[in-house]
Design a protein around this ligand. Sequence first.
Ligand code: FSO
Ligand code: SF4
Length: 549
Amino acid sequence: MFCYQCEQTAGGKGCTRVGVCGKDNETALLQDLLVHAAQGISMLMHRAGKLGVNDREIDHFVTEALFTTVTNVNFDPIRLEAILGQAGMLLERAKTHYTSAAQQAGQSAESLGGATDWRAPANRAEMLRQAEELSIAKRLEALGPDVTGLQELIVYGLKGTAAYADHAFILGVEDDSVYAFFYEALDFLAGPQATDVDALVAMALKVGEVNLTVMGLLDKANTDTYGHPEPTTVRVTPKKGKAILVSGHDLKDLAELLKQTEGKGIDVYTHGEMLPCNAYPQLKKYPHLAGNYGGAWQDQQKEFDAFPGAILMTTNCLQRPRESYKDRIFTCGLVAWPDVVHISDRDFTPVIEAALAQPGFTEDAEEKTITVGFGRNAVMGVADTVIDAVKAGKIRHFFLVGGCDGAKPGRNYYTEFAEQVPDDCVILTLACGKYRFNKLPFGDIGGILRLLDVGQCNDAYSAIQIAVALAGAFDCDVNDLPLTMVLSWYEQKAVCILLTLLHLGIQNMRLGPSLPAFIGPNVLNVLVEKFNIAPVGTPQEDLKVMLAG
Ligand code: FSO
Ligand code: SF4
């Protein structure tokens, strides 16, 4: 295996024997093969689509295939084998789509070769042998770090975008153009331009553009279904009683679980990126949505161990479950771990039964709360007050301190940074990186909280809308606002968001805790020259520069 798609990659270079995330060699290889199969399907569907062919099952399959290979989603080789079997079947169907559509149009179908020639092998040994041939390490040798890294940047961006597209589709919101783009981009990577740095950079920015569309679709899906998040005080300490903890990002899974646990005497707590769910009207209406428990994903082994109830993992970021809670953690959606019970149809009876069999919290902890729910609607609602405060010099600067959390000690930067932000500045935050500082007291500026939690990572869409509205109010470009973005990254959803920000031409971003291993040296130079992107330094020095600008 060779995998360098996330921030915790071994030695900052690449995982080669086993993933730091817990992904084993076979699982990594099967995931590589699945991306290859998705590419074959895409090459055919890109052409078939131009000839008017539509196939929703294939659209959803490719989207989910990409999401399945995101870090900390699917660790189960048996499930991956089954998905690869389905990929083989759908690749044949895509081939038929293309050849018959070409025939009908009086054209002869191109003989494409490459990934379109792939056939799903009948056994795992053969799958692994095929996957070895596709190793990124081999491509690095042949094409060098810049071209290979750019190709992978596109693939990782697509994986992140696919995750958001999948969430939106689950709530019934989708767009043909998004699936068509997945096919176009994966086809592009098989074509002659995929070794041209300029063409690769342009395609990467296009991934960012399409990701903005997809985050908009997801914003619509979430807010149409569950209402606009509203500022909400959330309890972050447990209450006496039986309990279920829900982690990941999927709002529908939580909504269904809340329905199924109504009147059962079970409190439901959010974990990690589910925290913002407490602010959606159609979710917070359930009195047994009791609050949030714990922090970001990388603390889960300790926190799940201590949680006296059942745990449901709806999406990434899953870590290797400890034996102490392996029989009371459940996965659903695309998440999977060998020997952990997977719920496939949103019938959460096994989760409820496991919660009832556990002791639950035996007493109320001292009540502590935080405030969340500052999505675009809530912030725009007080835009006049915010704008007046800026004009009156009461708010000097905004910082968007957001992104993923992770295990590296260097991530203390974000805590220290937030702590050192001067009192006349406001921090907007989103995604799981917020747990580095979201329980600290920040106070307010004339009634405007100094820490505004915009939501999950995909709510970067909301943050972008807020920035654009502020720029409109001040009649300037987003880059001219008193706003600096200080980002933390971990996995591929952060990659697609970063590409969106680059597509929008946002400059002067700080990125940490370390730069992606897949960004080659010359590509990094392009990013620095064109976007003035820089790695995080020390909070003191960075703040000095940001506030001077
Ligand atoms: Fe975090 Fe994990 Fe939400 Fe990611 S929980 S790291 S960017 O999955 O998606 O922020
Ligand atoms: Fe390594 Fe990250 Fe890949 Fe896991 S996802 S194998 S930690 S680079």
